[in-house]
Design a protein around this ligand. Structure first.
Ligand code: ADP
Ligand code: 5GP
Length: 201
């Protein structure tokens, strides 16, 4: 069974920062490394943050049905491969997916037991500040990301939980609580009960 935690939110809301912190304290979690046609940012590593591929390679994979879901976001292609889902998620493994609203919708449709968390900034002004800080200079692409934020926020109903990432420490504590609660859901722990009952004989 797949244990999937989806984390979405407008670009710049702090998803990657929060996920990175979560993975650092939970070695049992695995990050689902997406494929993308967008160029790598300064601090990103191929194979760790994304599999950076050309449009041609991405389209080939898409035609071979190698993606569990894929979407065009900010003019670039992004996709979660079946290989990533199958290779890293088994009964005892939980996989964290950083995907957009379209991807979250597809994954929820296929894996209804996936937990979906929506991360938002405290305000649009703060979102703008964070995007500027990350991108260093304001480009048309950054402007596009800001414009898209409102559209993405309108997709909030799909999600099970909301985190307002104002204070990073508090937002991280909330994410950690959700992840622990997810792991304690009865459906994922029946084996423990069965073991207890077996011991009675
Ligand atoms: P996303 O993955 O959602 O696009 P990032 O994690 O890259 O966003 O964060 C965007 C920028 O905002 C980064 O420079 C990051 O350091 C900063 N950031 C993230 N969370 C906070 C926060 N709570 N307060 C201030 N800055 C933050
Ligand atoms: P960024 O370029 O800032 O890393 O990501 C842009 C957007 O693409 C974010 O909303 C991120 O969640 C989303 N994204 C990243 N990987 C995938 C993926 O595999 N599928 C989908 N649908 N969206 C993704």
């Amino acid at each position: 069974m797949h244990n999937l935690i989806i984390v979405s939110g407008p670009s710049g809301s702090g998803k990657s920062t929060l996920i990175r912190k979560l993975l650092a304290v939970c070695p049992e979690l695995r990050f689902s490394v997406s494929h993308t046609t967008r160029p790598a940012r300064e601090n990103e590593v191929n194979g760790r943050d994304y599999h950076f591929v050309s449009r041609r390679v991405f389209q080939k994979m898409r035609l071979r049905r190698e993606f569990a879901e894929w979407a065009e976001v900010h003019g670039q292609l992004y996709g979660t491969s079946w290989r990533e889902l199958r290779g890293k998620s088994n009964r005892n493994r939980t996989l964290v997916l950083d995907i957009d609203v379209q991807g979250a919708r597809s994954i929820k449709r296929r894996f209804s037991q996936a937990m979906a968390i929506f991360v938002v900034p405290p305000s649009l002004a703060e979102l703008k500040r964070r995007l500027r800080q990350r991108e260093k200079k304001w480009s048309p692409e950054t402007e596009h990301r800001l414009q898209k934020a409102l559209n993405e926020i309108r997709g909030y109903k799909l999600y099970d939980y909301l985190i307002v990432n104002q204070d990073l420490k508090k937002a991280f504590a909330e994410l950690r609580c959700l992840q622990v609660a997810f792991g304690r859901q009865m459906a994922r722990n029946e084996e423990q009960i069965k073991k207890l009952l077996r011991g009675r004989k």
